[in-house]
Write a protein that binds this ligand. Structure first.
Ligand code: APR
Length: 399
């Protein structure tokens, strides 16, 4: 009862749950439209700012920020030259991921740079961002004014009433679990493949590099002027401890077909499973799921963060239409429009995942699938229409 006495109630237009790429983009876009929102994030600012995951903001997402007048403020890192190196058994094939359309193109912007810049932009514009918000819970989602309850770091219970809730709290957040059982359908797929991911202070490759080899898939991506992320296919149940530095560098040199690859201090080492998950619909009452809270896409093709940015853009535009013009059409079609893009990206990522793994080690997929995958790669390297489709899918720009 003493707790109830300290409860404070506030009101806003949009309550945004989670300050990852999705939540911060929603918040920055709403703020730039003059729409009130409050962001509640469970972690500290320092924790959120250092989480290293995705590394490429695709062309479509760069143009999205550009259309809001925010590209210069929220994007950092080096421009991407539009070339990918797909190396098969040590032989490089340079593939363009630039579809030739007009406008700014993809940037090599590590996720933590995007998150730090979005945070700074939102706060500089007077945004309300509350870190270390504990025990967030959602109520009355199908009513006119949903309620969000949470605790401040000093234990005070707070209540926010709002018009809309943006559930941007990732795959393990509370937003999706606030939806009653049976409302959402989950479509899940596990590739049965693990990736060891390694971050190291070592020179970046000339181009983002994806490598097929009989020992399994490997990749090498830039993460800064003297920083790289590497991936090595491994059994999903492997433990990072089974991959000491020498084993990592030996495996990379063999699979990348680069015996003189420069090593460097390894700063992070994790193993994860390649999996995909889609929740349909992405809406329940006045709750809208954005980013990983609604879908996970396996990392091949770099679509995870970019899909989150796509959802965030559609949601912010839909809220703007509703608040400014009293037009709810885009809110009503939000889920359907997002899911169309989600399934397109799932298909592309699935295709690329299968192709680059099956083309290498045939102990898992068998020689028939290995030959199919190699035929697909051959088509990509030799057929201009196949190369163009690949570039269009990489840029993410709507035809
Ligand atoms: N209350 C408040 N915040 C929460 C809660 C909660 N109960 N649970 C999670 N969060 C916060 C997390 O701490 C995190 O900061 O929500 C945020 C979710 O961020 P992400 O998991 O990065 O999800 P999203 O913003 O959708 O990012 C999408 O970016 O990280 C890449 O590859 C990743 O595909 C992903 C993409």
């Amino acid at each position: 009862m003493a707790e109830e006495a300290t409860e404070l109630t506030e009101s806003t237009t949009v309550a945004v749950i989670g300050a990852g790429p999705a939540g911060l983009t929603v918040a920055a876009l709403l703020r730039s439209s003059g729409i009130d929102c409050v962001v509640l994030e469970r972690q500290t600012r320092e924790y959120v700012a250092q989480r290293q995951r995705a590394g490429i903001v695709e062309t479509r997402a760069v143009r999205m920020f550009d259309s809001w007048g925010l590209a210069d403020r929220v994007l950092g890192g080096a421009p991407h030259d539009g070339i990918l190196d797909i190396r098969v058994d040590g032989e490089s094939h340079l593939v363009s991921d630039n579809d030739g359309s007009e406008g700014p193109t993809a940037v090599l912007c590590p996720q933590q740079v995007l998150v730090q810049k979005l945070t700074a932009t939102y706060l500089a514009d007077g945004g309300d961002l509350r870190f270390e918000a504990a025990d967030v819970s959602l109520h009355h989602l199908t009513g006119d004014r949903p309620t969000v309850r949470y605790r401040t770091p000093d234990g005070t219970l707070r209540t926010l009433t709002c018009d809309f809730v943006a559930g941007c709290d990732g795959d393990h957040g509370i937003s999706r679990s606030a939806v009653p059982d049976g409302v959402l359908t989950a479509h899940a797929f596990d590739h049965g493949i693990g990736w060891l991911t390694v971050l190291a202070d070592a020179p970046p490759p000339a181009h983002p590099l994806l490598a097929v080899s009989p020992d399994g898939f490997a990749a090498h991506f830039p993460r800064g002027p003297y920083s790289s992320r590497y991936y090595l296919q491994c059994p999903p149940e492997d433990h990072p401890g089974a991959w000491p530095d020498t084993r990592v560098w030996d495996a990379l040199r063999i699979r990348l077909g680069d015996p003189v690859l420069t090593a460097g201090p390894i700063t992070d080492r994790e193993i994860f499973r390649l999996r995909s998950l889609v929740h349909d619909p992405m809406q329940y009452g006045r709750l809208y799921l954005v980013g990983d809270a609604a879908h996970i896409v396996s990392p091949m093709g770099g679509k995870g963060m970019n899909l989150a940015l796509y959802d965030a853009d559609l949601f912010a535009r839909a809220v703007r239409d509703s608040v400014r013009d009293h037009d709810d059409t885009a809110l009503r079609t939000y889920s359907q429009r997002c899911l169309r893009r989600v399934w397109s990206d799932q298909e592309f990522s699935h295709w690329l995942t299968r192709t680059l793994h099956d083309a290498g080690d045939d102990t898992r997929s068998g020689p028939f699938h290995r030959s199919l995958a190699r035929a697909r790669l051959d088509r990509l390297f030799t057929l201009p229409s196949a190369a163009r489709t690949f570039a269009e899918l990489m840029t993410g720009v709507d035809p």
